[in-house]
Design a binder for this molecule. Structure first.
Ligand code: PRP
Length: 208
């Protein structure tokens, strides 16, 4: 039995459809229910719907053998897991953004609002720029609009949120897509099963 942690939401549903096509279907997975664990003996798979930012925790602790997490979450969590496959879906970018016309005052630390403090710290450390991180949990774009921060480090997908709030991308930090990850010890233990899943899933990855 392969235990798989999937991120609840649109990305998880998309990836589940890839897994289904790859032969790992599980009845009722996409039904509108509050159930969290789904097992299919025939497919040899057990799925858990997990909050996206918690997938790395379930995989790192080994209660899930494998899981699916965005590169943003992997970078922020610094989880000690194997990254097996780029699923080439859920594509977006980690960016620095601010209000149109923003001018940086280099004489003082830059105030950076973000859900991704480690990503922000690492990025600015590489540029030798002092920052003050302001950790937020959502609607990050509000911070520079209201003067809480100078810039944000956040995900940009279509760019609509920035555009509609008179903001723009200042710098791109890295590209994001969903990755298949594995617990290191569980991978050794279930190597044949996991490798078979990777091989079958590879065929379902969309073309670039
Ligand atoms: C994410 C991100 C941006 C938005 C970008 O927020 O933090 O706010 O999506 O998408 P866009 O470029 O297509 O407009 P999310 O929807 O996850 O909600 P949040 O603000 O609660 O984090």
């Amino acid at each position: 039995m392969l235990n798989v942690a999937l991120p609840k939401g649109r990305l998880g549903e998309k990836v589940y459809k890839m897994l289904e096509k790859a032969g790992y279907s599980c009845e009722d997975m996409l039904k509108d229910t509050r159930k969290l664990v789904f097992t299919d003996e025939k497919s040899g798979v057990s799925y858990f719907w997990v909050k996206p930012s918690d997938v790395t925790v379930y995989v790192e602790h080994g209660v899930a053998d494998i899981g699916v997490a965005g590169k943003d979450i992997l970078a922020e969590s610094q989880a000690d897991v194997y990254e097996l496959l780029d699923l080439k879906t859920g594509k977006c970018r980690m960016c620095v953004a601010s209000v149109n016309g923003f001018r940086e005052d280099t004489s003082r630390p830059l105030r950076v609002a973000t859900k991704f403090p480690r990503v922000a710290e690492k990025f600015y450390a590489s540029k030798n720029r002092d920052i003050e991180v302001i950790k937020l949990y959502g609607s990050i774009e509000l911070a520079p609009i209201l003067g809480l921060s100078d810039v944000i480090v956040d995900i940009v997908e279509t760019g609509t949120t920035l555009r509609e709030n008179n903001m723009c991308v200042l710098e791109e930090i890295f590209h994001i897509s969903a990755r298949l990850i594995a617990n290191k010890a569980r991978y050794k233990f279930k190597r044949n099963e996991v490798d078979a899943a990777v091989a079958r899933l590879k065929k379902e990855i969309p073309d670039d």
